[in-house]
Design a protein around this ligand. Structure first.
Ligand SMILES: [Zn+2]
Length: 85
């Protein structure tokens, strides 16, 4: 019973979004099993490929309207993105 519940709750879904979908300037593919994971991988890509943009994002508070709007759009896009497996 507990196992069944846990399995229903955690469905591993690998999704792929592009850097551009995350607001970045290139078409690099970013993958993740959860929105948080994809966001973290996106951040890693920013740091590696677009350090100025990464610094900009880090300097912006999470509750900045720009970030709130971005996060809302990101989660909408996440829902719309089909699983890649
Ligand atoms: Zn990029």
């Amino acid at each position: 019973m507990i196992l069944a519940l846990a399995r229903d709750h955690f469905v591993p879904t690998m999704k792929t979004m592009t850097c551009a979908q995350l607001g970045g300037p290139c078409e690099e593919k970013i993958t993740g099993n959860t929105p948080d994971e994809l966001m973290a991988n996106g951040m890693k890509h920013l740091e590696a490929a677009h350090p100025e943009m990464a610094a900009d994002v880090k300097a912006t508070p999470q509750d900045d309207p720009k970030m709130v709007e971005w996060s809302k759009k990101f989660h909408e896009d996440w829902e719309k993105t089909p699983d890649s497996m």
